[in-house]
Design a protein around this ligand. Structure first.
Ligand code: KG4
Ligand code: ZN
Length: 338
């Protein structure tokens, strides 16, 4: 089964072709340079850039895979949640291709695609499973009872984890996207065991639910930096980066562990851009045996078309495809009962 996956929910224009669990091509056209000066995604610019990039990305994916639109079995496309102007580009590209080439479309939820990034090579999920999806727009703990059956256990009440990384990186003048920038800065500290003078809070670490909150952590970093001169900031930038990264990870790992215990899950799945973070990947491995823990390779954690195509594959098996005229973008698509 050959599937084209299209992803344009935020700032990556991505097209990929996956055949029977094998990646034939994976084109991700990044808009990082465009949004850098804003320290975050500028929605209007993002949708315009998607319009420019989508056809070259599609052409690139077909050429790399040595494939033609006529020979595809399905088109899978992210229909939400995300920025509406961005989503519309991917969705209308899929609709047009579907109309012209008479191919069924599989609508894909963005968080579900992040979960299915784990299922390349047809890996098995043991149910019930717990998914921690951490990205620029989401921080969610999701109980997955079976394929397509989800219950949200907790979400962020304010900033998403990735968003907090991006904002604190901006504060520290580290550039965009903030996650990789903070990770790189933190790793510059010479000794991993060096005692830090900087202390930041672990918000909602002990709250009796599975929700998150990262805006207070970001504000604590802001107050800290505000009291310092440029020279002082320069001296402790690495320490702040390390402590901030550790604080986010402490909360994510601790809540995931508690939720896994409470719901007696048989496997834990990670996904989303923040799951590319090496320290998070290392720390979570301490809590769960390797047979029960699935983490996508780093290049499939951030937005891409492969995860959309893999998710599409599982939906195609259940005949969850539609005609082009039934597909529409949904900026706030809900995962439950998807
Ligand atoms: O999943 P994604 O590509 O897009 C959304 O769906 O939002 O996630 C992007 C987010 C950004 O906030 C970025 O800073 C963060 O993921 N990110 C990271 C790392 N790589 C990307 N955060 C922490 N450590 C990383 N290595
Ligand atoms: Zn994403």
């Amino acid at each position: 089964m050959t599937i084209l996956g299209i992803e344009t929910s935020c700032d990556e224009t991505a097209c990929a072709i996956v055949k029977d669990g094998k990646i034939l091509s994976n084109i991700v056209s990044s808009q990082v340079n465009l949004h850098k000066k804003y320290g975050g995604v500028y929605p209007e610019l993002a949708s315009r850039a998607h319009l420019e990039n989508i056809l070259p990305a599609l052409k690139g994916a077909l050429e790399k895979a040595n494939s033609q639109l006529e020979s595809l079995d399905y088109l899978a496309v992210t229909i939400g949640p995300g920025l509406i102007g961005s989503l519309l580009v991917g969705v209308n590209t899929a609709r047009t291709l579907s109309y012209i080439f008479n191919k069924p479309i599989i609508p894909v939820h963005h968080l579900e695609a992040h979960i299915y990034a784990n299922l390349l090579k047809k890996t098995q999920i043991f149910f019930p499973a717990l998914c921690l999806i951490v990205s620029g727009g989401h921080t969610s703990l999701i109980l997955m009872k079976n394929h397509g059956q989800y219950q949200i256990l907790g979400e962020t009440l304010d900033d998403a984890a990735g968003e907090a990384f991006d904002k604190v990186a901006k504060l520290l003048d580290l550039g965009y996207p903030g996650g990789p920038a903070i990770e790189a800065e933190a790793s510059k500290l010479k000794s991993k065991n060096e005692k830090l003078k900087i202390k930041l809070p672990r918000p909602m670490l002990d709250s009796p639910n599975f929700n998150f909150s990262f805006s207070g952590l970001k504000t604590s970093a802001l107050y800290l930096v505000k009291q310092m001169s440029e020279k002082q900031i320069k001296n402790v930038r690495r320490q702040i980066a390390r402590e901030f990264q550790q604080a986010v990870i402490d909360v994510l790992v601790s809540k995931t562990f508690k939720a896994a215990k409470k719901h007696k899950v048989k496997s834990v799945l990670l996904g989303g851009g923040v799951a590319a973070n090496k320290l998070l990947r290392k720390e979570i491995k301490k809590f769960f045996p390797s047979f029960s823990l699935l983490i996508p390779p780093s290049y499939l954690c951030t937005d891409n078309g492969v995860m959309v195509a893999i998710c599409g594959y599982f939906k195609a098996l259940k005949k969850k495809f539609q005609k082009w005229y039934d597909i529409k973008a949904e900026a706030d698509a809900k995962l439950e009962n998807w």
